[in-house]
Design a protein around this ligand. Structure first.
Ligand code: GLN
Length: 457
């Protein structure tokens, strides 16, 4: 699987000008898109993950399939950045279509971790986190389907926020598993990430999942108002956790490396010292989360990626043979091993006869995870765990064993299954690189996790 199996050598196919300083290989395409003259992000620079559409600038999703794809329109978040005065500085490397935890499944070769050279930056938004960690951009946008903002934030020693499902528009985000994913910010500190969230959060008429006026599940609770209309996330980064109740999810601490647990415990001490109370909670359902996540994510991927057939989207399969042969050739040549594996497994899970056995069971597990979180929030304002169970892996280390890679997502995927918000903040260094602490909030509780996260800085 991964970069080695693609026809091109690692690093080939990148559009990075000679002399541009990108030692870590964070970027796939370097191109500046200037924003408005002023605004809340005036004068700042933002790197954008390469699955977020930019009009006139190619958007590859880290895939050979889309190596030459130039979208005709901007994602809503890109419009919002530019209106806020930010300059987009380029498109960042990522696992192909977001499928991975290390950025090594990119067809354009890997990205090195600026905070731990020789190790992976995490994934799938590894290029975005690396660009922030290396100071190549003030901020970055990533997308998080099962941890892809939080994992690279943790591994690169920066801050990342996965917003509540429906807080940020997905219009222009190339879908991997649409019921799970959100675009979100990466920044050197909590306040910076919150400032970026202020700019991108809000309803979008082009994404119905952000429409609190028409979403029956939300309209009544929020009085038809979108939560971002009244929230100011940057103001919440005030470090005030006096009286905050923190639930430690024991199920997500037990599986972590000793060095990770040590850093985690000492961060909890800092929260206690700042006036928070800490208690243990158990979420028995998280034991099923990785299996459920991968069945759902692969099922959705098998459907979402059907459009890449060389006719509607993607590199052409040529003119030899009939339509089936052309179509098969486009997908055979355009997709890497990990993407093919997931399309095959997802198609299988959805097929007649197996649908009940896999997809429906996964949906049941998803409902159980949601319910478990709801119950935990009856006694806790935020829930804490290590973001990742281990420090960053060495480059190349996890490529041969996809199952091992999937298990590394144990602490992040439950949050996506439950559509909740979560932040990863730096929790210290190990001899293998940085470690992150994850704080999960109730739906649309971004201000609370930002406040709690800022107390750890
Ligand atoms: N590592 C997870 C996966 O491969 C999450 C990826 C993501 O959030 N895009 O599905």
């Amino acid at each position: 699987m991964a970069a080695q199996d693609h026809e091109e050598a690692p690093g080939e196919g990148r559009l990075v000008p000679d002399g541009f300083d990108d030692d870590h290989g964070a970027f796939l395409t370097v191109e500046r898109l200037a924003g408005a003259d002023d605004g809340p992000l005036g004068g700042s620079t933002v790197a954008v993950k390469d699955n977020i559409s930019t009009a006139g600038v190619r958007t590859t999703c880290g895939s050979a399939m889309l190596a030459d794809y130039v979208p005709p329109y901007d994602a809503t978040v890109v419009e919002q950045l530019q209106e806020a005065g930010a300059t987009v500085v380029g498109k960042t490397n990522m696992d192909e279509f977001g499928m991975g935890t290390t950025t090594e499944t990119s067809a354009f070769g890997p990205t090195d971790n600026p905070a731990a050279p020789g190790r992976v930056p995490g994934g799938s938004s590894g290029g975005s986190a690396a660009a922030v960690a290396a100071g190549q951009a003030d901020y970055a946008l990533g997308s998080d389907t099962g941890g892809s903002i939080r994992c690279p934030a943790a591994f690169c020693g920066v801050v990342g926020i996965k917003p509540t499902y429906g807080l940020v528009s997905r219009y222009g985000l190339v879908a991997y598993a649409n019921s799970l994913e959100q675009i979100g910010p990466l920044a050197p500190d909590v306040e910076g990430a919150a400032e970026l969230l202020d700019v991108i959060a809000g309803p979008d008429e082009r994404d119905a999942t952000t429409r609190h006026d028409i979403r029956e599940d939300l309209a009544e609770e929020y009085d038809g108002e979108h939560p971002a209309t009244t929230a100011t996330y940057a103001d919440a980064a005030d470090g005030d956790v006096d009286g905050l109740s923190v639930g430690v999810v024991t199920d997500l601490v037990e599986g972590a490396d000793d060095v990770v647990v040590e850093r985690f415990e000492s961060a909890l001490d800092d929260l206690r010292a700042a006036g928070a109370t800490v208690h243990e909670v158990s979420l028995p359902s998280v034991e099923t989360a990785v299996q459920a996540y991968y069945v759902i994510a692969m099922s959705e991927a098998s459907s979402n990626l059907a459009r890449f057939d060389g006719v509607r989207y993607g590199r052409s399969g040529g003119h030899e043979g009939d339509w089936n042969e052309t179509f098969a050739r486009a997908r055979e040549q355009g997709f890497g091993e990990e993407v093919k594996r997931r399309i095959l497994l997802g198609t299988y899970a959805l097929s007649a006869g197996y649908h009940d056995k896999y997809y429906e069971q996964a949906q049941d597990a998803r409902a159980w995870v949601k319910q478990d979180f709801d119950e935990a929030f009856a006694d806790a304002d935020v829930l804490a765990s290590p973001t990742m169970p281990a420090p960053p892996f060495e480059l190349g280390e996890s490529l041969s064993d996809p199952l091992q890679m999937y298990l590394a997502d144990a602490n992040t995927v439950p949050v996506n299954l439950a559509n909740l918000p979560a932040i990863s903040v730096p929790a210290g260094e190990t001899d293998r690189g940085p470690v992150g602490l994850q704080l999960v909030g109730p739906a649309f509780g971004e201000e609370t996790i930002i406040r709690a996260g800022s107390a750890l800085e």
